[in-house]
Design a protein around this ligand. Structure first.
Ligand SMILES: Cc1cc2nc3c(=O)[nH]c(=O)nc-3n(C[C@H](O)[C@H](O)[C@H](O)COP(=O)(O)OP(=O)(O)OC[C@H]3O[C@@H](n4cnc5c(N)ncnc54)[C@H](O)[C@@H]3O)c2cc1C
Length: 438
């Protein structure tokens, strides 16, 4: 039976929903503590939700759901230390705007800016760039409300073991009420987005990744040889953007509405998808501009889809993409949304998907309302053979038993979780599956 409509919470992709017993919107750390204590008294579990941009049920609960929409302020900027301290519920777009007002920026971002900072770091959200880690690598300090309602601060100097683990915490260690982040002086990016051919892209892959600050195969269009690659480099050149009309036409009209309409036609007639995708690739063009960094990193995503993304060794990027291409051909899958290939530096965070290895991220998507299981399970089987680690916020079927061997510091995280949340106050069915019962 579906939960009653008035109490239902749904994620962005609308493929997950839950019916919490209570929803609270605390406005301060104190109010978060009180909400946790109320939940303990009522013997309820607690989940914080960000903006619901995860594709899994990681944020779902039938207990007490906390929304941190009102914990969205910038608290402190320390230009000498190069840090900013913000509340955990601040959305990235607001953080970017606030930093820009102070001539500051985050050094790297993913491809959208809608998530909250705490939600984004919780699942190891990343962008692209060989020498850049995910957002969690930019964290310098955290304030958490723990399961017993206490406030704990951690950094490299204070509670270092907790800090080491809590940067990618999956919401399992506590409620992140404040985040201190490293920031850099504001910078501009030169973006070249250009069509290229599948084999040419793969032949030049290493040179492209090494040759640009942020390189990605933004799209490989299934059923075709067509790719769209994106090359971003820091520049002192003056801002040189498209007109508002041209940007709207490219990013919103063509990139979202026209492509979305094509996907909708494909959903009604899947056999036409290869032909429709080929048609779309005839319209690919080159974009060359200079703009403020966050405006280049992030763009609007109006088409709804579900997604799986795996982190693999950078050296396996080509073989992974070729094998997924073979899977699509051999299983005669009809895929309307392109694949994406990104890159990141190795880091030391226990549950970061880039832990200990230079990483490539391969993402696959399926348009809303279309079957995805055969495709995603096929991709997952390939990723299993490549020792892949699934994005913590995107669809997969792994369990704690299959994931633990892929993370050398798994036990370190488990020990901190056991210390902080022995009763599983912050657990849910999803965390029980992927981390094991608390
Ligand atoms: C269109 C789209 C584009 C995306 N692009 C990228 C991308 O470029 N790169 C990438 O890596 N990922 C990307 N993602 C995935 C997304 O970044 C992650 O799923 C992220 O976790 C979503 O953040 P959120 O604020 O919506 O958190 P939610 O999805 O609401 O929650 C995620 C987790 O964080 C926990 N959490 C939230 N707030 C707190 C808090 N204050 N304290 C403790 N735990 C908390 C939740 O309990 C949950 O476990 C994309 C997703 C979508 C839908």
């Amino acid at each position: 039976m579906l939960p009653r409509r008035d109490t239902v919470w749904r994620n962005w992709a609308r493929n997950q929903e839950c019916s919490p017993a209570a929803v609270e919107t605390p406005e301060s750390t104190l109010e978060v503590r009180e909400a946790v204590r109320r939940a303990r008294v009522a013997a309820q579990r607690v989940k914080v939700v960000g903006t619901g941009h995860s594709f899994t049920s990681i944020a779902c609960t039938d207990g007490r759901l906390l929304r941190l929409d009102r914990l969205d302020r910038v608290l402190d900027v320390d230009p000498d230390a190069g840090t900013v301290t913000v509340e955990g519920g601040i959305p990235l777009w607001k953080l970017n705007e606030q930093l820009a007002l102070r001539d500051l920026a985050l050094e790297n971002l993913g491809d959208i800016d809608q998530q909250t900072i705490a939600g984004a770091i919780a699942t190891s959200t990343h962008g692209t760039g060989r020498t850049f880690g995910g957002l969690a690598t930019q964290v310098r300090g955290l304030e958490l409300v723990t399961a017993d309602g206490e406030v704990v601060r951690c950094s490299a100097d204070e509670e270092p073991e907790l800090f080491h683990c809590a940067r990618v915490g999956l919401g399992a260690l506590g409620i992140v009420t404040q985040v201190t982040l490293a920031v850099v002086p504001a910078f501009s990016l030169h973006m070249v987005e250009r069509p290229d051919d599948f084999e040419t892209v793969l032949a030049a892959l290493d040179a492209s990744v090494d040759g640009h600050d942020h390189f990605e195969v933004e799209h490989w269009f299934p059923h075709t040889e067509a790719c769209l690659v994106k090359e971003l480099d820091r520049t002192d050149a003056p801002i040189r953007t498209r007109s508002t009309l041209a940007a709207w036409r490219d990013d919103i009209l063509v990139g979202n509405y026209v492509y979305g309409a094509l996907c909708a036609v494909g959903r009604r007639s899947p056999d036409r998808i290869p032909q429709l995708v080929r048609l779309a690739t005839t319209q690919l063009g080159r974009t060359d501009l200079v703009d403020r960094s966050d405006r280049v990193f992030c763009s609007p995503r109006l088409i709804k889809f579900v997604e799986m993304e795996y982190a693999i060794k950078r050296a396996d990027a080509e073989v992974a993409l070729r094998r997924v291409r073979d899977l699509i051909d051999e299983d005669d899958l009809k895929i309307s949304i392109p694949l994406e290939l990104r890159f990141a530096a190795a880091d030391d965070i226990p549950l970061s998907t880039a832990h200990g290895r230079e990483t490539a991220y391969l993402a696959v998507h399926v348009y809303q309302g279309m079957p995805y299981e055969q495709y995603f399970r096929g991709v997952e089987a390939i990723m299993d053979e490549l020792d892949g680690r699934p994005h913590w916020g995107k669809l997969h079927w792994q369990t704690a038993a299959t994931l633990a061997p892929r993370y050398p510091e798994w036990d370190r995280f488990a020990a901190v979780r056991h210390r902080l949340d022995p009763d599983g106050t912050f657990a849910n069915d999803h965390l029980d599956r992927v981390l094991g019962p608390a």
